[in-house]
Design a protein around this ligand. Structure first.
Ligand code: NAP
Length: 271
């Protein structure tokens, strides 16, 4: 799919530090000079300036219009997975945005539905990186069901359910595999599971395909600390947390090839 040109509406989001704010203003001025329209309510393209954390923030600002908004990230610190344009490349980036149709690359998202014991209402969230579930106090005991069948009873610090593009973030620190974002899947990784004669978990990260829903059902009545990317929630009396590959996708504007494995190598091995 291609999009682009002078009729586009854009928004620019900065991490908030001096360098990112300066670059944000520069990008905004350039794009206005090219007759693009600044519209932070309904942008066709959102340019983030900062890091991957800034793109996570921007994604949540516009998650309600994920099918109409594309993202591109400039990094003012280290190379990011989402923020892969360098500050010295912004002139080139701006010309690309203003003048050339661009390719849209879609990455899978995670859908999380939290249900409570005392309510018929549920909360739905979309995550770009992951959802993590921990107990606020003590260890967490929960059943993990996959596609309606009990898989294991987990006891330990918690579980992390990540998207393929989030697999290089928290998931990686937990020993999960790095997944290519073309794989419509989610990954379940453990945080310090207790394994002895009484409690047993698989111990390996699990990669679930699209429509293999997993359900976390807490067995002890503890408050849960649930994160959705950078957003931190305290959930009381949770009946279940349902995770699956979302129907929605995030769209990135691609102006040049930057293969995922090259980004992995440059971020974690060498550049
Ligand atoms: P933060 O604690 O300020 O930063 C987390 C770090 O993760 C930053 O260096 C960020 O990059 C990087 N990051 C974000 N998404 C990434 C991705 N998809 N692949 C590789 N690195 C990524 O928190 P934050 O900026 O609000 O971001 C929230 C994220 O932090 C969560 O989604 C979670 O993945 C991650 N996290 C990681 C750990 C861990 O590794 N032990 C623990 C908790 C949370 P930038 O510097 O470019 O922004």
């Amino acid at each position: 799919m291609k999009k682009g040109g002078a009729k586009m509406k854009f928004a620019v989001i900065s991490r908030g530090d001096e360098k990112s704010n300066g670059l944000m203003q520069k990008i905004k001025n350039y794009l206005l000079e090219f007759n693009l329209t600044y519209n932070n309510e309904e942008p066709d393209i959102v340019i983030t300036v900062g890091g991957d954390g800034t793109l996570l923030y921007a994604f949540h600002e516009y998650a309600h219009r994920s099918s109409e908004t594309s993202f591109v990230g400039v990094h003012t610190g280290h190379l990011g997975f989402y923020a892969d344009w360098k500050p010295e490349e912004v002139e080139r980036l701006v010309i690309h945005i203003a003048k050339t149709p661009f390719k849209i690359v879609e990455y899978p998202l995670l859908e999380v539905i939290i249900r409570h014991n005392d309510s018929t209402k549920s909360e739905r969230h979309l995550a770009l990186n992951e959802c993590s579930v921990k107990s606020v106090v003590g260890s967490l005991v929960m059943d993990l069901e996959i596609k309606g069948d009990l898989f294991e009873t987990f006891r330990g610090d918690g579980l992390c359910i990540s998207t393929p593009s989030g697999s290089t973030a928290y998931n990686k620190a937990l020993g999960g595999a790095i997944l290519h974002p073309s794989l419509a899947s989610i990954q379940v990784s453990e945080m310090a599971s207790i394994n002895n004669r009484v409690y047993r978990t698989i111990g390996s990260p699990l990669v679930l395909p699209q429509h293999h829903t997993c359900l976390l059902k807490p067995l002890n009545d503890v408050d849960l600390h649930v994160t959705i990317d950078h957003i931190s929630l305290v959930e009381k009396s949770v009946k279940s947390i349902q995770c699956r590959v979302a129907e929605d996708k995030i769209r990135f504007a691609r102006f040049r090839p930057f293969p995922f494995w090259k980004r992995v190598k440059e971020s974690f091995i060498n550049d």
